[in-house]
Every structure is written in structure tokens, then in C-alpha cells.
Design a protein around this ligand. Sequence first.
Ligand code: FES
Length: 164
Amino acid sequence: MNDNTFYNIPSEICTKINEWLLKFPDGKKKPAIIFALHQIQKENKFIKKTHINSIAKFLGINEIDVYEVAAFYSMFELDKVGKHTISVCTNVSCMLNGSDEILSYLEEKLDLKVGTSSDKFFLKDERECLAACCGAPMMQVNHKYYENLTKEKIDEIIRDIDNE
Ligand code: FES
């Protein structure tokens, strides 16, 4: 088992990763990549290059193995995020169900363009399919899924976040 402190990975997270690794046969470290990335993101809101290096060193695997996972899954943020980060899916099912209109409405309502932020919101991007086609059109806010969107639903979601 690894030491409980490691580069810029807080010791509590190192402990959790070590506990997670107990579920797998000795020497099998890659199953802990996603778990480790989740823990880091929970702590830091996004994953820095240094985190990727540290996870790789901690697990004794190549940096590219960690980077590939972090870059592949849209649930991981590799850049700074806003207080509330919104991604709207504009892939086929969502597009056919009105995602363009939803995105325009959000831009107008938040007075933001895709890729820009205010104090409270970051309208991050248009996403490829987020695997919730049956709930199209949909978006993520801080990685939480909101489906079957309408303008009224968006009003409600934004109002709830504003009141937090
Ligand atoms: S196309 Fe939007 S979730 Fe699949």
C-alpha cells in the first residue's frame, strides 16, 4: 500500500484511494483512476495537470493512462469552472427536440454566450450526447442532469440556484 501523503494529493484522499485499491487484486492500480479523479475534483472543482501527474505517481502508472481517462469523460473538468457550470447538449436527439432554442433562451436569460461566465454562472459549452437522449433536450448544471427542458423549467432551475 502507498504512503498516506503524496505530492498535492491531500492525505485523506490518499487514504480513500488506498481503501479503494483493496477491492482489486494486488498490483491492479488502474481501476482506481476514476475514483481518484472524482476525489480530486470534489476537493478542487477541477483537475489540474499536476493532479494527473500525482495520481499517476501515486498509483505507479503512466501519466497518459490517467490523462486519457480524465479527458475522455465529460464528468471531469480539466479547466477552471464557474460557481455554477452549465453544459447544454446539442447532439442529435436534443437538437431534434429543441436544444437550439433552449440554448438561446439560456444565453438570453443569463446574458451570456457559450464559453463566457458571470459571477454566478459559466455557460461552458455545447456538449456531445450526454447519454440522456430519452430526456432530450437536456443540460448539466454542475454535472447534475436536467432533462425534458422547457423555458419554464429553465426559469425554475435558475431561480432555485439563485435562491441558494
Ligand atoms: S443527444 Fe442529448 S443526451 Fe443524447
